[in-house]
Design a protein around this ligand. Structure first.
Ligand code: NAD
Length: 360
């Protein structure tokens, strides 16, 4: 294909100890940040993304341009297309796969359930089939989600807590992904690390998420709808800043493939690991809106309604001691600092020098 030459140069590793990473979902929010971070420290990086139109495709194209300016090339293709994956693995001997492609969002699952099955289940299996038979076998690090904790009411959530009550089809497909990756780990010896992200936010974020769409609506003077849980309790999220998530992803890549076992004579089995990547400091949605009002210097037109039962959970809260211990993960950015950075980015991306909206 026409992209073969470009991905060879994209995958080129300048340092002998660098990784060679396939980043799926590289035109996405988290994927573009992780791809850039890896490239900046000298790893070889190739992206793949189907550039679907779940949210504004022009934002994905802008992320693609940003990566291209750092010589990271994104192949336009679907992880559920085995020919594309076979070609990628044929051209580059990936040491690692950072799997971030997915149909995200909990509410959209009610409109388009099959897109979740196609990307998060069928696409995952197609990717793992490729990884299992690749030589060398890449270590796989992939994004699960805090949503697997579903309707648990005991907080904070630990990795060993129950995950059998998903509140949305999205959560169910992530839970299925954990079972599927586990199978590939014990049958085929693939090294697997699943990362349960907790509400990731920041510059180049996802316009379908509340902090982002509220920013747009407050700025344009439109009313925002805030959901409230049972007994008029505010929803709360363990908002986690993108730079912290990126550090967790990179640490997971760097420690993947290494056994955490005792190192006896018997060859250690490939690891299967799951970590929470959160912030351990939940904030209510109205408080988050208050911070946006401050940074946008504008009052929100708040419209508070009862949660309609569309897949949202009342709260999330991560226990991160396992990631702290094994990955050295330590979130550094509180919501107030992180939202300030988000709003700064928003203003630079969506507002011109005369205060007029652009790219909107
Ligand atoms: P995103 O939608 O911005 O990124 C996902 C990217 O994958 C998109 O660019 C999309 O075009 C691409 N994609 C989707 N299906 C594909 C397919 N079949 N083939 C190829 N590309 C495909 O989402 P994000 O916020 O960057 O999320 C990254 C990962 O983290 C996802 O797996 C998501 O479920 C997970 N996650 C995100 C959050 C969060 O708060 N952002 C929280 C928990 C888990």
């Amino acid at each position: 294909p026409h992209w073969e030459k470009q991905i060879r140069s994209s995958a080129q590793i300048h340092r002998s100890h660098g990784l060679s990473v396939l980043v799926t979902g590289a035109a996405g929010f988290v994927g573009s940040h992780v791809a850039l971070a890896l490239k900046k420290r000298g790893d070889g990086v190739v992206g793949v993304d189907n550039f679907n139109d779940y949210y504004d495709p022009s934002l994905k194209n802008a992320r693609r341009a940003l990566l291209a300016s750092h010589n990271v090339f994104i192949v336009q293709g679907d992880i559920n297309d085995e020919r594309v994956l076979a070609k990628l693995f044929d051209v580059v001997a990936f040491t690692h796969v950072m799997h971030l492609a997915a149909q995200a969002g909990v509410r959209y699952a009610m409109e388009n359930p099959h897109s979740y099955v196609d990307s998060n289940i069928a696409g995952l299996v197609t990717l793992l089939e490729q990884c299992k038979s690749a030589d060398p076998q890449p270590a796989v690090v992939w994004a699960s989600s805090s949503s697997v904790y579903g309707l648990n009411d005991k907080a904070p959530f630990s990795e060993s807590d129950r995950t059998d009550r998903p509140a949305s089809l999205y959560a169910a497909t992530k839970k299925a992904g954990e079972a599927i990756t586990h199978t590939y780990n014990h049958i085929y010896g693939l090294s697997i690390t699943g990362l349960r992200f907790f509400t990731v936010y920041g510059p180049w974020g996802r316009p379908d998420m509340a902090y982002f769409s509220f920013t747009q609506d407050i700025r344009h003077g439109k009313p925002i709808t805030i959901f409230r849980g049972k007994n008029r309790v505010d929803l709360a999220r363990d908002f986690t800043y993108i730079d912290d998530i990126v550090k967790g992803c990179v640490a997971a890549l760097d420690t993947s493939g290494k056994s955490t076992g005792s190192g006896g004579k018997k060859r250690a089995a490939a690891p299967y690991r799951i970590y929470n990547l959160g912030n351990t400091a939940p904030v209510t949605v109205p408080t988050m809106v208050g911070l946006l009002e401050r940074y946008l210097n504008k009052k929100a037109k708040r419209h508070v309604v009862s949660m309609p039962g569309n897949g949202d959970v009342p709260f999330t809260h991560a226990n991160i001691s396992l990631a702290q211990r094994e990955l050295g993960y330590k979130p550094m950015t509180d919501l107030s600092t992180g939202l300030r950075k988000f709003v700064d980015w928003y203003e630079s991306y969506y507002v011109d020098d005369h205060g007029k909206s652009v790219n909107y």
